[in-house]
Design a protein around this ligand. Sequence first.
Ligand SMILES: Nc1ncnc2c1ncn2[C@@H]1O[C@H](COP(=O)(O)OP(=O)(O)OP(=O)(O)O)[C@@H](O)[C@H]1O
Ligand SMILES: [Mg+2]
Length: 581
Amino acid sequence: MSTSGTSGAGLHPDEDSHGHRGGQAAGADGAPVGPEVSARLRELTEHAGVLTRKNTHLANALRAARTEIVALHDDLEALQRPPLAHAIVLAVDATERTADVALGGRRHRVGIGPGIVASSLSPGDDVVLNEHLVATATAPAPLHGEVVTVKETYDDSTVLVLARHDEEQVLTLSGALAHARPRVGDALVADLAARIALRPVVRAEVEELLLEEVPDIGYEDIGGLGGQIELIRDAVELPFLHPDLFREHRLTPPRGVLLYGPPGCGKTLIAKAVAASLGRGQDGASSLREGAYFLNIKGPQLLDKYVGETERRIRVIFARAREKAATGVPVVVFFDEMDSLFRTRGSGRSSDVETTVVPQLLAEIDGVDELDNVVIIGATNREDMIDPAIMRPGRLDVKIHVGRPDAEGAREILATYLTADLPLREDLLADRGGAQAAVDGLIDMVVEMLYARCPATELVELTRADGQVEVLHVADLVSGAMLANIVDRAKKAAVKELVVTGVRGLAEAHLRAAVADEIAENEGLHSTVHPDDWARVSGRRGVPVVSMRVLRRPGPPEARALPGERVQEPTPADDSRKDTP
Ligand SMILES: Nc1ncnc2c1ncn2[C@@H]1O[C@H](COP(=O)(O)OP(=O)(O)OP(=O)(O)O)[C@@H](O)[C@H]1O
Ligand SMILES: [Mg+2]
């Protein structure tokens, strides 16, 4: 019989089981089975094997189909799932396990699901609500939002802010913000629909403007401005240090001081020294009094091209000043380069920002009136350009001129930079018989070179509108900054000489070269000054300058030599020639 007959069609179940049993138990009578029976048995066994394989195959296919159905079912479920809403927590009742949330601009009280630790929720958190409006999960808070500025803070974790279009709103503070306690003027990210402030935004520029450090400069570091220092100390320090005496004499302390004068002559320096001195307090103790503040504001940095931004910054500065002053510490608000900000209204220079900036500043200055310990110091070299309203009595009413140093002033300034403890050249020390005498000699030499009025020191010739001709000498343009620079140059040359040749100490030659270099450098600068600006540069007012001519140092080397300057002679033998003072 052929085994090909194993296809199911040729078999009957009964026949199959019967034949199978017969194969196992042989004949019922125990007689040996015949050859056809054993062939049938083999055939059936083979058939059973085939069926088993088929069965396994089918079972596998079924299993695969089942997984596929499950996956499809999941997909279907995801597609049918209702959208879950995000809401912002406004308040939490951890015992009741409920929260007040803002959802689409409306308040809802919702239950807190088991997936959330109720006590860990705080205002401003983001929660996910299920279709039954139960909070089921927390989510990271959104990073975006509207930026608002704090105008007032209250104790109950709310703040008054200025939002868009200067609209005022009271907002709840988020948990994190309530902890950090925002200050007036801070910028916050808020969800205005939910009426909650979420987190602070750091606006770097304003923080930079508000460097609150007390500078480390003493009056003794300033040379030649004794009179001016006394004026400003009387105006600023006396009322700070003796408020009772002022009250007794019914004296109103000045609100502010304006320092004006040509560039580089010590205005900024004086303002810093005042702040440092206030910081040290009445007893002059060297340790800074806790919390004396110096808000150093550079005019041009405050300007912003965006409408309203400059005003906002001014508001922030004064808010910060008031906040500090209210705690009883002296606060100096220093506006450097004030002319850039507070130009006369309607002057047409710049894009007329002054029409809004100046009133804002006036309002703020008037606003500090009730506080005894805020003083405003302004500095400018264009006092003619500052809006007169700012200098009215009750505002910056003390005006102090910081002019160019005369020869005596220059000596004092140089003495703050050229001191006896500097390394000095051996032969110089031997020559003068001591460090102090050597330094004094160096100072005299520099002053003599700078303040000589001779053809070698002529710089420019100015013609004024009335036909008057005036020649400016180096002496007319000396500034503290220039003197500081000369000493710096000389010191650098001394260091270089020490490194290169091993010869140690500052020598006359270093200073002489430094003076000549400084003058040469200034010559180049002066040729670029516009006639209109000469009044500012020279620090002299009067009839306007209509034209100017740069005077080049003329002719032969002898004539170009400054007093005391060694002239490079063609014959080296002449090098030892003594200098003529
Ligand atoms: N009287 C002075 N005594 C000592 N150093 C001075 C004096 N005046 C100026 N200087 C030096 O010159 C530098 C510039 O001075 P300062 O910044 O005070 O000038 P300014 O009057 O504010 O000028 P600007 O109008 O350009 O702002 C100082 O840092 C200091 O090194
Ligand atoms: Mg300055």
